[in-house]
Write a protein that binds this ligand. Sequence first.
Ligand SMILES: NC(=O)c1ccc[n+]([C@@H]2O[C@H](COP(=O)([O-])OP(=O)(O)OC[C@H]3O[C@@H](n4cnc5c(N)ncnc54)[C@H](O)[C@@H]3O)[C@@H](O)[C@H]2O)c1
Length: 433
Amino acid sequence: MRIVMIGAGYVGLVSGACFADFGHDVTCVDKDADRIAALNQCRIPIFEPDLDKLIESGINSGRLMFGTNLSSIGDADAVFIAVGTPSRRGDGHADLSYVRAAAREVAARLEGFTVVVTKSTVPVGTGDEVERIIRETNPAVDFAVVANPEFLREGAAIRDFQHPDRIVVGTEDERARKVMGQIYRPLYLNQAPILYTSRRTAELIKYAANAFLATKITFINEIADLAERVGANVQDVARGIGLDNRIGAKFLHAGPGYGGSCFPKDTRALSKTALDYGVQLRVVEATLTVNETRKRTMSRKVAGALDNDIRGKTIAVLGLTFKPDTDDMREAPSIALIAGLLDFGAKVRAHDPVGMEQAKKELSGIEYCDDPYSCARGADALVIVTEWRQFRALDLERIKTDMATPVIVDLRNIYRPEDVRSAGFKYESIGRQ
Ligand SMILES: NC(=O)c1ccc[n+]([C@@H]2O[C@H](COP(=O)([O-])OP(=O)(O)OC[C@H]3O[C@@H](n4cnc5c(N)ncnc54)[C@H](O)[C@@H]3O)[C@@H](O)[C@H]2O)c1
């Protein structure tokens, strides 16, 4: 199959490189010329484990190409739209301006029957709108619009794409269904189930999945707050409920609140879409509010660990990205935490294994350190915000000697309280004594 991927971000790059690996001919197009120039020299603009090797092998095989214009669309069997759908400023709806612009650009160049696929996360009804835009721009063209939401997780994106739990294809067009079947055939041979649904159903599946996962995290976070008060251990509670097959153990890790490029914006967009249709999703709305508040209150937790005497104190923050194995800073809990600490008058230093370049665009007024130990030196408290592997076995003795006061606030519960306390620290974590 000949595929054009519009948008060479996290989703477009991973999907494009994986499709090329399946044996398809893929051209990834991005309007960011610097990004494309870097990719053509095998320099990868994002951090995603093993993506560099996959892209290099795609380029070497001649099946993966990068460009800034849509000249190859005429020959394509399928054009995937994988551009961003961020929260719209002001009202939290999904901003569809990039999707609409891509649809207009595609429409002008289509030749012969082509499947236009929305891989971006888009609200219900966007497929209808993309179809309308293409028809209005180029009435003569033969095409079908399919919704094919992506479920990959940053940090494990290639594995997720190559071994998905399911592939969702939303179309009622028989020809489009055949093309999509051909594109995903290698995964189908691997037994990955393909779920064919209506287009609107496929669009809703993606939002329902993200909202459910965000709710699950938020639920255990609230249980963690209660566990702290009543003297219970949230990790044991999570295990105790997670072993129930109806609940499942995943997404039950209490922490500082979810962030990232998807959950916050997708839960907001879902609740706005529902209101547009006269439905109030109260559970999703509660999840949104609880999570936003939680991210901010983490700074109070840190202040509490210093007996609320935090003005002028130095706080060392370990981990800035919204989760490990990515450089993505979008809506990371570290942002609200650090803003809160600075508002309290604290000085903040931070270290992240790969996210510091991205973090510098979001967080100013803090000192960036090259490693966890220089970050901790002279600090009054050390806060673990992202559970990078590099932070799981720190030399506690060395850190204790170097810190001004030995206080650790572990917002990811990566240490055992008894180990840290016996090393001489005051230790606070989430949902545990
Ligand atoms: N990041 C994830 O983990 C993830 C997972 C599943 C789904 N999604 C969804 O996939 C979509 C893309 O997310 P992302 O994280 O890859 O975004 P991103 O911001 O990393 O990448 C989007 C890219 O599209 C490019 N672009 C925008 N308009 C363009 C146009 N008209 N022509 C060519 N290029 C254009 C931008 O320059 C940018 O490089 C979003 O809807 C997101 O919700 C993301």
